[in-house]
Design a protein around this ligand. Structure first.
Ligand code: ZN
Ligand code: ZN
Ligand code: ZN
Length: 334
């Protein structure tokens, strides 16, 4: 769990910002422009930015900073500047922590359900971070006691976007601590922070927003005035046009806007052909593909021993010309 986050006080003041809606121009613009596939030159210079990394919450906490990501607090950092696609299912206290910087994160059928726990939060966006959150499939962020489903720290900005069909259900778990009631709103927006999601962006597109009490055990909840449950559902037309480099045998191609896998990995391309002793290798990734062919030729009698019981045979491979021997036990003495 990210202890560094809990030193921040729990802000309840900024919830007002929830009521501000806007129209995402980017979603509309992406449908007007032709498909853009990043060239290999761009890929070489900008490899970290034009990529999508897939992380599974069931493997532990996810820390995202401007330099990359790690799976432990102050753990080994993997340098990365591209799009994060987070999926999986967790009922542990694992969370997503945006530490600093500007990021695009796709939630893809992600469930973080902490309702049986205390003092933990599924997702915290740190101070002054700028996060664009895309929704794919159905996503759930249910907090442990004393927290909101999503916390947006002082000065941070979160923009929730939907591409295609996507939803997010957020739930707070209000708890009365000695210092008062905390975890009262589905999204906790601290002072000078803001959160945005569109009310509607066109005739065919639908955005549904539900609020209300949908708690697992309402009897455990204290008295509160805020809305502890919020669901945002998108049904938005989207064409994937800004794509990561072409798929090959080592990686898939993704839409860099919505994170969808546009083309899966391709088959290996045979570089060097299979030989008698080694399988073929892929010219792209170097992996061995398929089995060795085996030597070919005719075994001929070379020598007899053990009173005629053992036959040593010899073969010269017609392909590689290697000389091979084998001993055959005929099982009978002559
Ligand atoms: Zn897309
Ligand atoms: Zn390959
Ligand atoms: Zn051979």
């Amino acid at each position: 769990m990210a202890h560094r986050f809990f030193k921040y006080c729990i802000g309840l003041a900024g919830i007002v910002a929830l009521s501000s809606f806007f129209v995402p121009e980017q979603a509309i613009a992406s449908q007007l422009f032709p498909e853009v596939v990043l060239s290999s030159e761009e890929e070489a210079g900008d490899a970290l930015k034009n990529d999508v990394v897939c992380l599974d919450i069931s493997q532990g906490d996810i820390y995202i900073s401007s330099e990359g990501y790690s799976r432990e607090d102050d753990g080994t950092l993997t340098a990365f500047e591209g799009v994060y696609r987070i999926s999986g299912n967790s009922r542990e206290d694992y969370g997503i922590y945006i530490l600093d910087g500007i990021h695009t994160v796709i939630l893809d059928d992600l469930t973080i359900d902490q309702r049986t726990l205390r003092q933990c939060c599924p997702m915290i966006v740190g101070e002054d971070c700028d996060l664009t959150l895309y929704l794919h499939g159905d996503n759930v962020l249910f907090a442990g006691a004393g927290y909101s489903g999503l916390v947006v720290r002082d000065g941070a900005s979160v923009d929730i976007q939907g591409f295609g069909l996507g939803s997010i259900a957020l739930m707070a778990y209000p708890e009365n601590t000695g210092e008062g009631l905390v975890g009262t709103s589905a999204i906790d927006v601290e002072e000078d922070a803001c959160i945005q999601y569109p009310e509607t962006i066109g005739d065919e597109d639908e955005i549904d927003i539900y609020t209300g009490d949908n708690r697992l055990s309402p009897e455990r909840a204290c008295t509160y005035n805020e809305e502890p449950y919020l669901q945002i559902t998108y049904s938005v037309s989207h064409r994937c046009t800004v794509l990561s480099p072409e798929a090959d045998c080592t990686h898939s191609q993704y839409c860099l806007e919505c994170g969808r896998e546009v083309r899966g990995k391709t088959p290996h391309i045979i570089g060097s052909a299979a030989t008698c002793t080694e399988g073929a290798t892929c010219s792209v990734c170097g992996e061995t593909v398929g089995d060795a062919l085996g030597h070919r030729g005719v075994w001929k009698l070379d020598q007899v021993s053990g009173n005629g019981r053992y036959r040593r045979e010899v073969m010269i491979c017609t392909v590689c010309h290697e000389t091979l021997y084998r001993t055959v036990d005929t099982g009978e003495n002559k």
